[in-house]
Design a protein around this ligand. Structure first.
Ligand SMILES: Cc1cc2nc3c(=O)[nH]c(=O)nc-3n(C[C@H](O)[C@H](O)[C@H](O)COP(=O)(O)OP(=O)(O)OC[C@H]3O[C@@H](n4cnc5c(N)ncnc54)[C@H](O)[C@@H]3O)c2cc1C
Length: 627
């Protein structure tokens, strides 16, 4: 992600000039005079029942599917309007005879009905802003990491409409076909690549048009970068000079190689799931959304989930689901909510004096994440994004984006990247690169002051596995997070290779016109021990926590949900988000999470899964060599 825009706020002072700018835009009308459909909906639909009221009498159940003021019960109650939750809200409310309530702990992703006013979310280049504070961010931290110099790692997660898709770096990557075939062999029956690909396609509209791999009419718009920056060309060229293939679509036939990345950006704006799936359907009468409401407990009748309890504006409220409660709170919150509700390891629950509804020891276990590190060089030419941080350029970039949604504000700048194999014998890529013509320091929280470029590099299928547990039974307490980073020798070895292989790419001829001294790790870091020490000091989360409510077969005692994403041993309760992944995919997680939600919808509706057998997938010519 781009550090260069990290201090836009100081210089742009949007509040002081934004209204004059908007005055000439259609959106000004929207802001000042019209209420968007969502605003209308929220002002007219404010009906929860206080906790003390008797519930579920037939008189308070909805009699028509249109949501109305006395509604305290819905067909589906969805917890969390993130990557998965927005997909569910859209697809489940397609059926007018079902009513849907979407509950989100954070606020909407607009101010006064305007996405421009929420430019820190919607301007792609502004992405580091929301990592600097907790306005739209849960701001988690891990336990000190024993194998990383006891560092406490910072884990931002989205708390706003769109969830983490409103905070993320907008890289659109699906992972490798073999990741999904592995899921199937891990007990996720019906989740092989043949069954997942149709849902990736269903979700997507790719600007390059539909084909066997790409979608052409889905809500999620995906585009390529428009800057054609010389450093991106240099990275792709250098990768090939180092012996890796060029791939024209790392989400299609061939993941392996270097090439141009896809991004969830549409017409110059972040295309979160709130933009893609939620806002377009807010006028549906059978969909209701509530914001700033923290779900604190699932309500059970025996082993059947009947609804949820939540807190909003200092009030405790309850709401009920006739068909299902669906947890889409993400990889931290979904297991936390299950634990708070008595679903998890019985011994752990008793320690917190939480009555056990279902002993499920896997809840919160199997925590996996990608780690990454930045290898950085000074650039000998003044062409990096450093200039874009100067006040004059920031104002120019900001104005161009506000008026036309074009220019340097309209991209996340991670426009090139690649996937390679770390060693001979590895069947498909296990190392990922994101190239950035800029320098990032501490998640973008520290300003860069040099002309520099970097590659984000990290292993894709690390073997270190962690867990999360309740700190207390207070739902507002963050759970204890233990990712156990770099706790295996394999993971340490792979990271060492990441550094060596990246250095080899940066040493190629294509970088000759641009390559200045190495900033990080730096020329003094050469031996294996020195590289390992650098990794311990500098590697950081790639923001992909997942797998904490893993999907698996009934015979797997650590599985939390079955392949239809129903929680084992309970009725009327599913988990649909990144937590259900049985294991990490080889790439970023937003697109896979959206795919999971698209596929879950068919399972919820009782429709057989889409299936597209026999789609060709690239195989390396030989596994006897690394490239
Ligand atoms: C900084 C950052 C950069 C990233 N970059 C990329 C990238 O470039 N590409 C990519 O593919 N992936 C990226 N990711 C990862 C990806 O965005 C996430 O894995 C994905 O969005 C997870 O989706 P989810 O539905 O599981 O959870 P989320 O999208 O996090 O949604 C969970 C939602 O539930 C809400 N919620 C949680 N608990 C409750 C509760 N108790 N009551 C009410 N609401 C609740 C949350 O506020 C949130 O809105 C990034 C993530 C981050 C944080």
């Amino acid at each position: 992600m781009s550090q260069s825009e990290g201090s836009l706020e100081d210089s742009l002072r949007f509040e002081s000039f934004i209204l004059p700018v908007l005055k000439d835009c259609n959106e000004f009308h929207d802001v000042c005079f019209l209420k968007g459909p969502d605003d209308h909906q929220c002002s007219t639909l404010k009906a929860e029942i206080p906790i003390s009221m008797p519930c579920l009498s037939s008189s308070v159940r909805y009699s028509s599917t249109a949501v109305n003021k006395s509604t305290a019960s819905y067909s589906y109650v969805i917890v969390g309007a993130g990557s998965a939750g927005c997909v569910l809200a859209n697809r489940l409310s397609e059926n007018a005879s079902d009513s849907v309530l979407l509950l989100e702990a954070g606020p909407k992703d607009k101010q006064l009905g305007s996405t421009r006013l929420s430019w820190k979310i919607h301007m792609p280049a502004a992405l580091t802003y929301n990592l600097c504070n907790d306005k739209y961010n849960w701001f988690y931290h891990t336990l000190p990491q024993a194998h990383m110099d006891d560092r406490v790692m910072y884990w931002p997660r989205g708390r706003v409409w769109g969830g983490s898709s409103s905070l993320n770096a907008m890289v659109y990557i699906r992972g490798h076909a073999e990741d999904y075939n592995r899921w199937q062999s891990e007990g996720a029956e019906g989740w092989g690549y043949d069954y997942c690909l149709p849902y990736f396609r269903k979700a997507q509209t790719h600007e390059l048009g539909a084909d066997r791999y790409r979608g052409g009419d889905g809500p999620l718009h995906v585009t390529r970068g428009k800057t054609s920056h010389p450093l991106h060309h240099a990275f792709i060229e250098a990768g090939q000079q180092a012996g890796y293939p060029f791939t024209d679509d790392m989400n299609g036939f061939q993941q392996e190689g270097v090439g141009w990345m896809d991004m969830t950006i549409h017409r110059g704006k972040r295309w979160s799931t709130a933009s893609a799936y939620l806002r377009p359907v807010l006028s549906r009468a059978n969909l209701r959304t509530e914001v700033s409401c923290m779900v604190t407990r699932i309500l059970f009748d025996g082993t059947r989930a009947r609804g949820v309890e939540y807190q909003q504006n200092g009030q405790t409220k309850k709401v009920f689901a006739d068909k299902e409660v669906i947890l889409s709170g993400g990889a931290i919150n979904s297991p936390q909510l299950l634990l708070l509700s008595g679903v998890g390891n019985a011994d752990e629950l008793r320690k917190h004096d939480i009555p056990v509804v279902q002993h499920l020891p896997g809840v919160g276990c199997n925590l996996q994440d990608h780690l990454e590190i930045y290898v950085q060089h000074r650039c000998t030419q003044p062409i990096t994004l450093y200039k874009a941080q100067k006040p004059f350029h920031m104002v120019k970039i900001g104005l161009e984006w506000l008026l036309r949604f074009t220019g340097y504000g309209a991209t996340a700048h991670l426009e090139s990247g690649g996937f390679i194999r770390s060693r001979p014998g590895v069947p498909h890529p296990d190392i990922q690169f994101h190239f950035l013509p800029s320098q990032v320091i501490d998640h973008g929280r520290v300003k860069s002051n040099i002309e520099a470029f970097q590659v984000h590099v990290g292993p894709m299928r690390s073997t270190s596995v962690g867990w999360l547990k309740l700190k207390s039974k207070d739902p507002f307490d963050h759970p204890i997070i233990q990712p156990n980073y770099l706790s295996t020798d394999t993971d340490v070895w792979e990271f060492r290779e990441c550094i060596k292989l990246t250095r080899e790419i940066f040493a190629q001829k294509a970088f000759d016109p641009f390559r200045g001294p190495e900033v990080q790790p730096g020329p003094a870091t050469q031996s294996d021990a020195e590289i390992d020490s650098f990794v311990r000091q500098k590697a950081d989360s790639a923001y992909h926590p997942s797998c904490t409510c893993k999907m698996g077969s009934a015979s797997d005692s650590m599985a939390v949900v079955d392949p239809a994403l129903r929680v084992y041993g309970l009725q009327g309760l599913r988990v649909v988000d990144a937590s259900v992944m049985p294991s990490m995919v080889s790439g970023n997680l937003n697109a896979p999470t959206i795919m999971i939600a698209e596929k879950a919808v068919d399972a919820i509706k009782g429709i057989p899964s889409l299936h597209d057998p026999g789609v060709p997938v690239y195989q390396p010519v030989t596994l006897e060599t690394q490239r």
